[in-house]
Design a protein around this ligand. Sequence first.
Ligand code: SF4
Length: 330
Amino acid sequence: MVLTKPAYYDAFACLAGDCPDSCCHQWDVQVDPAAAARYQALPGALGDRLRQFLYREDGAWYLALDGDRCPLWQADGLCQIQRQLGHEALCAVCRNFPRLRHDYGDFVELGLELSCPEAARLILTAPAAPPVQAQVPGGDVPEYDREAMLLLRKTRQTALALLRDHPLPQALGLLLLYAHHVQHLLDGAAWVPFQEEAAVAFGKTLAEPPDPAGLRRVCLGLEILTDRWRHLLEAPPDPGPWLPGHRAMARYGVERYWLQAVSDYDLAGRVKLILSGCVLVRDLGGDLLSTAQLWSKEIENCADNVEALLDAAYHHPALTDARLLGALLP
Ligand code: SF4
């Protein structure tokens, strides 16, 4: 089967003790059942410490924090499990983070999560380059809707080209309009070509003044992990300019989420999740890289927050197409 990964994927190396926002900070890690069983049977002081912090909730195992850090984290930024037992002894989340793997059966796509500072640096600053593809052993009969997947794979190329070939923020507005165009096709409409100029002209007739305070209120109503995020949302500095990093953030979102619409046919909601993230990160100003990484940590890494935003994309007044277009097609 074919494996696809971003050109920057292999450049990732964990910053360990030099990480400005370690993944061992502020998250209760979900521990896979096999690792939980190993940890429970582990003798000695390390086993005792693991058992002290392992807990079960709704059928899943977690490792509780000690203060605001993972109890296995050490002052040099390294993990006691990794140091004493090696990388393979880590639970699946810690072993893989920030690597993403989307396995569709007959093809697989890899990526990195924006919520890791070093991955964010690569995602937002690496030069745009075609993904790397390789033939790898394995694969299975796919269970997805083949017609929908064919459409999504083809249109994702067009979406990436729109992002690449238009100035900001218009490229992001066009992406929203194109997502709706593809959504109609996914919903069964007859194929018609996407006319970029006509779409922009139409988008401008729909646009209403953006509502940045409303967008921040939506996020303040979600689960919040860090005080820094709450402070940013409550008292943001002045908005920053549109930068190449916002385009890279949108590209990351398209590469990560576009094909996932095959699972529930909701493409427009996913694109609005991505674009509202770009708009919010720009509105929050400051350093783009650290704000985008924080957005990802707070929003993308919380399944409840993603679900709430996908839902809000269809009914919240701050997230209407008109408001987003107002921010993107001035
Ligand atoms: S957040 Fe990324 S760079 Fe930092 S410790 Fe975790 S994996 Fe390493």
